[in-house]
Design a protein. Structure first.
Length: 329
């Protein structure tokens, strides 16, 4: 059995879809489906059970641990603007630490989603150095990033102290992920999807204007990564139980939002039309102008597969999903 928390969400659903394609016999999805179309993200997969988050530990206890091959923990409040910090503590911190303890006690492997939001404005760099000293230098810009950072520091602290740990543990610091399965995310959907929806409707691409002189309008840069590349890394981790640690997961190359817009226009065979609007004043103090994931640690651990270029990923997303009748994983 493999348990995927957030298994009907964006990245989790793509992991569930790949496990199903690989004929994994017992896939358990931990998530809430609500009243919308989120269920469509897992409609094509063969699933053994769907478990609400508040029931997960009891469900796992019922298995005795012996039948669980791994827990892939992608579930979280991922809204970077979430203001209810108590809710972030409950769902992002307490729930994750509870899973960590369960996996450590039952000797079950754990792969979990961290975030590039832990790096804050990048002033301390983007190196996935797992030392307590390096982690202590990071200053997340929002409560979401802080909640992920708490987990990284706590887990590294447990391991450094020689306390009980899962036989394999992997924390993946996800950068800017885009791809199928994110339609339900509303305001938190990727810039790629937002641009596609505007351009497909015949509108110009609208990007934030730069408010720093060293960056032109739309030249703010992010490390964009196609969700299928993230899934490949998770599958590789499952295939290599000897690999543990905290790793960046990005494409390894910063690209501008202008590049992203041009890639979407190209995928739609349309001439680029880009306009710029002011970044909202409420976001300017916490706005990242540059992110890029050094990938040397994951490469040194043995991961060799190349990552999709921005153009390759956008082309696959637009032509393979968004321009079809079935945009789901």
């Amino acid at each position: 059995m493999i348990v995927v928390t957030g298994g009907a969400g964006f990245i989790g659903a793509n992991i569930v879809a790949e496990l199903s394609r690989r004929s994994e016999p017992d896939i358990v999805v931990c998530d809430r489906l609500g009243r919308g179309e989120k269920w469509r993200n897992i409609a094509k997969a063969e699933i053994a059970a769907i478990v609400a988050p508040e029931r997960l530990i009891g469900f796992l206890d019922g298995t005795g641990g012996g039948g669980v091959r791994a827990v892939i923990h992608m579930g979280a409040i991922s809204d970077t603007t979430e203001a209810n910090v108590d809710l972030l503590v409950e769902q992002n911190i307490d729930f994750t630490l509870g899973l960590w303890r369960w996996c450590a006690e039952r000797e079950v492997r754990l792969i979990y989603a961290s975030s590039a939001a832990t790096y804050g404005d990048g002033g301390a760099g983007f190196d996935d150095d797992p030392s307590p000293e390096a982690l202590a230098r990071l200053r997340p810009l929002n409560a979401y990033g802080w909640s992920k950072h708490v987990i990284d520091r706590r887990i590294v602290g447990h391991v450094r102290a020689g306390e009980a740990a899962p036989p394999q543990w992997v924390g993946l610091k996800l950068f800017n992920v885009f791809g199928p399965g994110e339609v339900h995310k509303g305001a938190m959907r990727s810039v790629a999807l937002q641009l596609y929806q505007s351009i497909a409707a015949g509108q110009a691409a609208s990007l934030f204007r730069s408010h720093r002189p060293e960056y032109g309008d739309g030249e703010q840069m992010r490390d964009f990564i196609y969700v299928k590349d993230c899934v490949d890394v998770v599958m590789w981790c499952l295939e290599h139980p000897d690999v543990s640690g905290l790793f960046n997961l990005g494409g390894g190359q910063a690209r501008s939002f202008n590049d992203m817009a041009r890639a979407v226009f190209a995928a739609l065979d349309a001439e680029p039309r880009i306009t710029y609007r002011d970044t909202p004043a409420s976001l300017r103090a916490k706005y990242q102008y540059f992110t890029q994931a050094p990938m040397a640690r994951l490469r040194a651990a043995g991961y060799e597969r190349p990552f999709s270029s921005l153009e390759e990923g956008i082309g696959a997303y637009v032509r393979g999903y968004l321009e079809t009748d079935d945009p789901y994983p």
